[in-house]
Design a protein around this ligand. Structure first.
Ligand SMILES: Nc1ncnc2c1ncn2[C@@H]1O[C@H](COP(=O)(O)OP(=O)(O)OP(=O)(O)O)[C@@H](O)[C@H]1O
Length: 988
C-alpha cells in the first residue's frame, strides 16, 4: 500500500470545496480531486483485493501466519485503512500521520490534536520505505476547465489523463464564469490563476511521475512481498520438518527413557533377588555351620561313646567270661555233688498216725532214730526188723518246708536246663497228695517248687529270661486227661490225649493245655483248677483217695541274656495213685477197676525201675501211660526225686516194706550224668538276630555315608551360592557405576548448557533484538536494495532477518537439534561443538519463543540423547584432564541428578546455585545422590516423567550420616574410575 500525504492551503481548499460541490454527491470526497482520484483508485483496488483474498495490504495476500497476526493485530483493525479516507476527510484541515508496519501491524496515530505539521506518511517495517513528504508549501496549479465532465464513478486507478481532463474542464468553467462577468480585472486574476494552474500542472506532472515511480516501487515491493511470503512458507515448511524431527527425537528420548526405566526396574529386581539370595545364603551358611558343629560334636561324642562302649564291652566281656566260668564251675561242682548223691534220689517220708489209728491204739512200726542219716528201721512187734537207707528220711513231725529244703537243688536244676521228675510213691492214704499238693495252710511240693522257681527267676532276671507254663493232666484208667480244659468234669474225658514222640527220648502230648503263669497267684489258680478236676473218691483207706495219677508238667524256657543260651526244660510233679490191696480195701466195681489200673501202672513203673537198675537195654516205658510220659525223666538225661510215702501203722507194715523195697531199688538205679536241654532253635534265632544286627549296622553305615555326601553337597551348594552372590554383587557394582556415569554425564551436560546459555546471553546483549527498520527513510533505494539482497540470500545466512522473525529462537533450537543429528554421524563435528542445551527434555513451543531463553532452568536428571552422551563423554574426558587435580572433588558433577522436588525449587535458583562454592555443591550433591532420580521429557506440550530408583533405596537415604555418605561417595568414585572406559560404551 502506498501512503499519500497531502496538504492544501485554506484558500485553496475553499476554492476546491466550492468546485467540488459542483460534482454532485457522488463526486470524489477529497478536496483535491487528484488526490481523491488516486486514493479512491487505490482504495477500490484494495477493496477488490480484500473481497477476493481476505485481508490485503498493498495488494499482497497475507497468507503467512505472522502476517495474519499482523492483520489481526489490535494495533490496527482490518478496516482501519478503509476508514482512512473518511478520516482524512474529517481531518482535512489537520495534520495527519499514519504509519504502517508489516511486522508490528499498522500503527495509526492521529496528531491532529497536537497540530503537528507533519505530512501523512506510510512507513514499512524492514522492507517498506517512506515516501517523499509533501511540503506545506506544495501548491497545485489548476488546469483549464475540463471539456468533458467525468463522473466520479468513472474514475479508476488507471485514468490519470482523465484526471487532467477533469481539471481542465473545471478551469474552463471558471473562465466562462469570469467572461460572463465582464470584469477586466478578472482577466488578470485569470492569468494569475492560469499561471498558478500551469505551475500546478507541472507539479501535477511531477506528482504523476512520482506516482508512477511509486507504482513501480509498489509493484516491485509487491513482488518482494510475494517472495518474502514464499520464503516464509519455505521457512514454515522447514520449521515443520524441524518440528517433526524434534518430535521423532522426543519419541526416541521417550523410548530411551522407557528403556532406562525397564533397565532400572530390572536392576531393582536383581537387587531384590540378590537380597533374597543373600538371605538364603546366610541361612544356608548358618545351617551348614550348625551341621558342621553338629557333625563335629556328633563325631566327638561318637568317638567318646565308642571308646566307652569298648571299655565297657571289654570289662563286660571280662566279667562275663569270669561269671560264666564261675557259673560253669559252680554247675559242674553241683552236678558232681548231685552225681555223687545220685541222679535218682529217694526221700522217705512217713505220715503221722491219724486220729483213727491213735484211737485204735496202734503204735509206730517205723523207727526214725537214724533218720538224720537217712536210715529208718522197720519195727515188728517192737523189735527192729529191717533198716532202709535213703537220701533223706522224714519222720511224722517233719513239716512241708523242711522237706522242700532238701529238694531245692532239684528245682534249681530245672532253671539250669535240666529235666527233673519229682514223684510220690506209696500206699494209699500215706500222704502222697499231702506231700505233693499239701493244703492251703501247708502247701506241698508243687506249690513250693513253682514258688521257688519264680523266686529264682526273679533272682536271675538280670541274666536270664524265663518263660513258665503249666499243664495239668491225669492218667486215669490208662487214659490221659487234661485237667485244665474248661468244663472238664472229674472222671469224664472230654478230649482223648495221646503221647507223641517229638525226638529221641523226648515225648509230648499234643493238644495239652499249657497255662502261662507269671506269678504265684496264677500258679495257685492253675493248681486249684487241676486239683478240682482230679478224680477223687472215698475208700476205706482214704476218705479222699486219688484214683488217678496226677501229673503237673512245668515247662520252663530259659534264655541266658549274657550269652544268649536258651534252654527248654521240664519239671514233672507226679502224684501217683496209691497202691492198695484190693482185698484189704474191699473196693468193688469202678473202684476196683481203678485199683487194678493203678496197680498195673505202678507195676509197670516197677518194671522200668528194675530194668534201669539192672541196666537192661530194653526199658519198658511204654507198658503204661505213666511210664511212657515219664520216659524222658526216668531215662537218664534228667534228675529224679522220689518220695516214698509210708504209713507208721503196723497193720500196713507189709505194704510199707514193699514200698521201701521198691524205693530201695529205685535208689539203686545208676543213671548217667544229666544232660542239659539246650534249645537250638533259640540259638538259630539268636544267629538270625545277629545277622539282622549286622545288616542294620551296614545300613547305618550307608546312611552315615549318605549323610556325609549330603553335607558335602550342601557345602558345594553354599560355595556355588557364594560365587553367584559375588557375581551379582559385581553386576550391581557395575550397574551402580553406570548410573554414576550417567549422572555425571547429565551433570556435565548441564554445565555445558549453562555455559552455552551464558554465551547466548552475552551475545544477545551485544546484538540488538530488532533492527531499527522504521528509522530507514521511505523511498531510500539503497536500503531497499539492501533489503532485497537480504531476501535473495539464503535464510540461514541472512542474519539481518533473524532478529526480526518471531521464530528465530525456534530456528536456533531446530538448527541445534539438526546439529546434534549431524554430530552423531560426523564425530568431528561432535568433538568440536559444544552442546548448547540438554537434549533429554525437548520442548517444542513455537508461539512462546521466550521459553527458549538460555536462562530457562532444566531438570538435572534428564537423560541426554545418545549423541549428547558421546559428546558429553568426550567433553567430560577433557574436563577430567583439565581438572585432574580437582578430580577428587568431582562428586559435584554427580550431584546434578537431583530429585524432582529439589529441581522444582532449584530451577529458579539455578543461576545462584552455579555460583556456589564446590564445597557447598559437594554437600548438596552428596545428599541428592541418594534421592530419586527422575527423567523428564517434553514432547510437544506434553511432559513425560520417569522415576528411576527410589528415595533411600539406592543408598542410605537422607538419614545417613555424613561419614557414611563420604565413604560411599569415595567407593563410588573408585568404581567410577574403574568402569569409566567401558561403561560409557555401554551407555552409548
Ligand atoms: N505228714 C502228714 N502230716 C499230717 N497229716 C498227714 C500227713 N500225711 C498224710 N496226712 C493225712 O493223711 C490223710 C491221707 O493223706 P493223702 O490223701 O495225702 O494220702 P494219699 O497217699 O494221697 O492217699 P491216696 O493214695 O488214696 O490218694 C490225709 O487226711 C492227710 O491229711
Amino acid at each position: 500500500m502506498a501512503g499519500i500525504e497531502s496538504a492544501v492551503h485554506d484558500s485553496q481548499s475553499d476554492e476546491f470545496n466550492r468546485k467540488r460541490r459542483g460534482f454532485g454527491a457522488n463526486s470524489v470526497q477529497f478536496a483535491d480531486p487528484v488526490v481523491s482520484n488516486v486514493f479512491d483508485a487505490s482504495r477500490e483496488s484494495d477493496r477488490i483485493r480484500d473481497e477476493s483474498s481476505g485481508p490485503s495490504i498493498l495488494g499482497h495476500s497475507l497468507t503467512s501466519p505472522d502476517l495474519v497476526i499482523c492483520a489481526a493485530s489490535p494495533d490496527i483493525t482490518s478496516n482501519s485503512y478503509v476508514e482512512s479516507p473518511e478520516f482524512l476527510e474529517n481531518k482535512i484541515h489537520q495534520k495527519v500521520a499514519m504509519e504502517l508496519s508489516l511486522e508490528n501491524g499498522i500503527n495509526e496515530s492521529d496528531s491532529g490534536t497536537d497540530n503537528i505539521q507533519k505530512t501523512p506518511a506510510v512507513k514499512f517495517s524492514n522492507f517498506c520505505q517512506t515516501f517523499k513528504e509533501l511540503s506545506p508549501e506544495t501548491s497545485f496549479e489548476l488546469p483549464p476547465p475540463p471539456i468533458i465532465q467525468c463522473e466520479p464513478s468513472q474514475v479508476n486507478s488507471s485514468g490519470e489523463n482523465e484526471l487532467v481532463g477533469y481539471i481542465e474542464v473545471s478551469q474552463e468553467d471558471e473562465l466562462e464564469a469570469s467572461n460572463d462577468a465582464g470584469d477586466i480585472g478578472m482577466e488578470d486574476e485569470f492569468l494569475k490563476l492560469k499561471r498558478e494552474f500551469d505551475s500546478q500542472k507541472k507539479d501535477l506532472a511531477e506528482t504523476r511521475r512520482v506516482l508512477k515511480e511509486l507504482k513501480k516501487e509498489n509493484q516491485q515491493k509487491d513482488r518482494e512481498c510475494q517472495e518474502a511470503c514464499k520464503s516464509l512458507k519455505e521457512l514454515q515448511n522447514e520449521l515443520m520438518r524441524k518440528s517433526m524431527h524434534v518430535g521423532s527425537l522426543a519419541f526416541a528420548v521417550e523410548g530411551q527413557v522407557k528403556e532406562k526405566s525397564r533397565w532400572f526396574s530390572a536392576l531393582k529386581d536383581l537387587m531384590n533377588k540378590m537380597k533374597i539370595m543373600k538371605m538364603e545364603h546366610i541361612k544356608l551358611s548358618e545351617e551348614a555351620e550348625t551341621y558342621k558343629k553338629y557333625l563335629a560334636d556328633m563325631s566327638e561324642v561318637e568317638r567318646t561313646i565308642m571308646s566307652k562302649i569298648n571299655e565297657q564291652q571289654e570289662s563286660h566281656e571280662d566279667l562275663k567270661s569270669k561269671y560264666l566260668e564261675g557259673a560253669k564251675q559252680q554247675k559242674q561242682l553241683y552236678n558232681k555233688v548231685l552225681e555223687l548223691r545220685g541222679n535218682i534220689r529217694v526221700f522217705c517220708r512217713c505220715r503221722p498216725l491219724n486220729a483213727k489209728e491213735i484211737t485204735a491204739g496202734l503204735t509206730m512200726a517205723i523207727g526214725f532214730e537214724s533218720a538224720k542219716d537217712g536210715e529208718l528201721t522197720v519195727m515188728s512187734n517192737g523189735a527192729p526188723r529191717k533198716t532202709y537207707k535213703f537220701d533223706s528220711v522224714f519222720g511224722p513231725q517233719v513239716d512241708q518246708a523242711d522237706i522242700f529244703k532238701e529238694m531245692v537243688p532239684c528245682v534249681t536244676s530245672v532253671l539250669d536246663g535240666f529235666n527233673v521228675c519229682i514223684f510220690a510213691y506209696g500206699q494209699t492214704g500215706t500222704g502222697k497228695t499231702f506231700t505233693m499238693e499239701g493244703t492251703k495252710e501247708a502247701p506241698g511240693v508243687n506249690f513250693r517248687t513253682l514258688e521257688k522257681i519264680f523266686d529264682l527267676i526273679k533272682e536271675r532276671q538280670k541274666i536270664y529270661h524265663y518263660d513258665v507254663s503249666v499243664s495239668v493232666l491225669e492218667v486215669y484208667n490208662e487214659q490221659i486227661r487234661d485237667l485244665l480244659v474248661s468244663g472238664s468234669q472229674p472222671g469224664i474225658s472230654t478230649k482223648r490225649l495221646e503221647i507223641r514222640q517229638a525226638g529221641e527220648g523226648i515225648n509230648h502230648v499234643p493238644g495239652l493245655v499249657e497255662a502261662h503263669v507269671n506269678n504265684m497267684t496264677e500258679v495257685w489258680d492253675v493248681l486249684q483248677t487241676g486239683s478240682n478236676a482230679r478224680v477223687v473218691s472215698s475208700t476205706t483207706a482214704n476218705e479222699h483217695s486219688s484214683r488217678s495219677h496226677c501229673i503237673h508238667c512245668v515247662m520252663v524256657k530259659g534264655e541266658n541274656l549274657l550269652n544268649g543260651e536258651c534252654t527248654r526244660s521240664k519239671l514233672w510233679l507226679v502224684d501217683l495213685a496209691g497202691s492198695e490191696r484190693v482185698a484189704k480195701t474191699e473196693v468193688l466195681g469202678e473202684r476196683l477197676k481203678e485199683a487194678q489200673n493203678i496197680n498195673r501202672s505202678l507195676s509197670a513203673l516197677g518194671d522200668v525201675v528194675s530194668a534201669l537198675a539192672t541196666k537192661n537195654q530194653h526199658i519198658p516205658f511204654r507198658n503204661s501211660k505213666l511210664t511212657h510220659l515219664l520216659q524222658d525223666s526216668l531215662g537218664g538225661d534228667s534228675k529224679t526225686l522220689m518220695f516214698v510215702q509210708i504209713s507208721p501203722n503196723e497193720n500196713d507194715l507189709s505194704e510199707t516194706i514193699c514200698s521201701l523195697n521198691f524205693a530201695s531199688r529205685v535208689r539203686g538205679i545208676e543213671l548217667g550224668p544229666a544232660k542239659r536241654q539246650i534249645d537250638t532253635t533259640e540259638l538259630l534265632k539268636y544267629k538270625l538276630v545277629a545277622e539282622k544286627t549286622k545288616q542294620e549296622v551296614k545300613m547305618k553305615d550307608l546312611q552315615i555315608k549318605k549323610m556325609e555326601e549330603t553335607i558335602h553337597g550342601l557345602d558345594s551348594k553354599i560355595k556355588e551360592r557364594d560365587a553367584r552372590t559375588k557375581v551379582m554383587q559385581e553386576k550391581i557394582k557395575e550397574l551402580e557405576s553406570q548410573l554414576l556415569i550417567e549422572r555425571k554425564l547429565a551433570a556435565a551436560s548441564q554445565n555445558v548448557d549453562t555455559e552455552k546459555a551464558e554465551k547466548h546471553q552475552e551475545e544477545k546483549k551485544k546484538t540488538p533484538l530488532r533492527p531499527a527498520l522504521a528509522n530507514q527513510p521511505v523511498g531510500s533505494k539503497r536500503s531497499f536494495n539492501d533489503y532485497q539482497e537480504n531476501l535473495t540470500r539464503p535464510l540461514t545466512e541472512n542474519s539481518s532477518l533473524k532478529p526480526s522473525l518471531p521464530f528465530s529462537t525456534i530456528e536456533n533450537s531446530a538448527m541445534n537439534i539438526d546439529c546434534y543429528s549431524e554430530k552423531e554421524n560426523i564425530p568431528e563435528v561432535a568433538e568440536k561443538s559444544i552442546l548448547p542445551k540438554r537434549t533429554g527434555r525437548v520442548s517444542i513451543c513455537p508461539m512462546t519463543p521466550s521459553n527458549f531463553s538460555a536462562n530457562t532452568s532444566r531438570r538435572n536428571s534428564l537423560i541426554p540423547l545418545p549423541s549428547a552422551v558421546h559428546q558429553l563423554t568426550l567433553y567430560r574426558a577433557h574436563q577430567k584432564e583439565v581438572n585432574s587435580e580437582s578430580e577428587n572433588n568431582c562428586l559435584p558433577l554427580q550431584s546434578q541428578c537431583e530429585s524432582p522436588k529439589e529441581i522444582g525449587g532449584e530451577g529458579r535458583k539455578k543461576g545462584s546455585k552455579l555460583r556456589r562454592s564446590p564445597l557447598k555443591k559437594n554437600q548438596e550433591k552428596s545428599q541428592t545422590q541418594q534421592n530419586i532420580k527422575k527423567v523428564g521429557v517434553h514432547v510437544g506440550m506434553e511432559k513425560v516423567r520417569v522415576s528411576v530408583g527410589s528415595r533411600g533405596k539406592m543408598g542410605k537415604g537422607r538419614s545417613g550420616t555424613k561419614e557414611r555418605q563420604q565413604q560411599k561417595n569415595s567407593q563410588k568414585e573408585k568404581e567410577r574410575r574403574w568402569n569409566v572406559g567401558t561403561l560409557v560404551k555401554t551407555v552409548i
